[in-house]
Design a protein around this ligand. Sequence first.
Ligand SMILES: Cc1ncc(COP(=O)(O)O)c(C=O)c1O
Length: 366
Amino acid sequence: MPVPFLDLKKQYASIKSEIDAAVMGVIEECNFIMGPNVAAFEKELAGYLEAPHAVACASGSDALLLALMAVGIKPGDEVVTTPFTFFATAGAIARLGAVPVFADIDERTFNLDAKKAVDKINSKTKAVIAVHLYGQSAEMAPLLAAAGDKKIPVIEDCAQAIGARYENKPVASVGDIGCLSFFPTKNLGCYGDGGALITRNPEIADKLKILRVHGAKPKYFHKFIGINSRLDEIQAAVLRVKLKYVDGWNRRRKEIAAEYDGLFKGARGVSVPYNAPYADHIYHQYAILVDNRDAVLKKLNADKIGAGVYYPEPVHLQECFKYLGYKKGDLPASEEVSSRILSLPIYPEMSGAEVKEVADAVMAAL
Ligand SMILES: Cc1ncc(COP(=O)(O)O)c(C=O)c1O
C-alpha cells in the first residue's frame, strides 16, 4: 500500500465546513489585511503559548529576521546558532550583515549542544538562536543562564515545534522571542505562508509591530527601517480554526511515534528518535538514523513510501557561507547526522496500518 509523506487533504476534509465558512467570511467582509481575524488570532495564540504578546507576520523566515531586527542586530555582530536546521535560521542572521557562528549539535537530540553553544559566546555575540528541530525542544537552561548573565537575547526558532514543551513550559515562551512558521506542512499550518513572534517583553512586542509595517508609527511616519511582513486575514481565519485542534493532532503524532518506536524495537540498523527528559516532543518529524541513507530513501520512494531528508547538507557547509571559512570536519556531529538522517511519514490522520507499512518497508530496505 502506498503511503504519502504527508496528506493535507485528509486534514482539510476533517474540518472542511469550519474552514470554508471562515475563509468565505473574510471574502465577504473584504477586509483582507490586518483585520479582526489577525487581531483575534494574535490573542488566541498568545493565550495558547502562555505569553502576553503574539505578533503575526508573513512567514517563519520573516519572524526570524524581525526578531533579530528587534534586538538590534547590526553588521558584524555575531549570532550563535546550530548548523543543523533549515537555512532560514542562518539566512536571517546573514541578511542583516551579522555573522552566524555555528556550534555543533548533540547527536542524540539533533539540537544545539548547549555546552558547545555556550563556549562560542564572546564579547561580539549579540544573540543566540536555538532551534527546536523536528518538534523537540533544545536544552535551554544552560543557554539562558550563559546568555542572561551577559544580557544577550535568546531567540527560539519554533518553526517545527508549536505545542512542544521545555520543562513543561511551551516553547516560544522560554527565551526572549519565539519565532513560529505556519507553512502548510507544519503542525499548525495555514493555506499559504504565515508566521508569528511570541514575547513576554512589551517593548519588543511594540517594536515588532512597527517593524512589520516598514517601521512606520503612525502610518507614513517611519521610526525604523522595517519590512513588509503581515499575516493576511484569510490565513489568520484558517489558523483560528486549526489552533483549536493542534493539541489533539500533536497527541496523535506522539502515538504514531510510539507505534514506530515499538515496530523498530530490536531492528538492527535503525536508530529511533531520542526524547530528552526535559522535552515534550511533538514529532513534527519522525527522523531516524540509518546507514546507506540514500539507498534506503531510493528504495522507499520506489515502493511508493514517502520519506524525506531534512537536511542533507548542514548550513556551515553551504556554498553561500563559504566566506565564513568552515570546512568539512569542523562540526562532525552535524555532518554525520546530515548523512544518515531520514524522516518517515507522520501526520495525525495516518492509520496504524500505514505506520506498520512504512516500518516494514524501512526494515526491508536496510
Ligand atoms: C527550523 C525552521 N526555521 C525556519 C523556517 C522558515 O519558515 P517559513 O517557511 O515559514 O519561512 C522553517 C520552515 O521551513 C523551519 O523549519
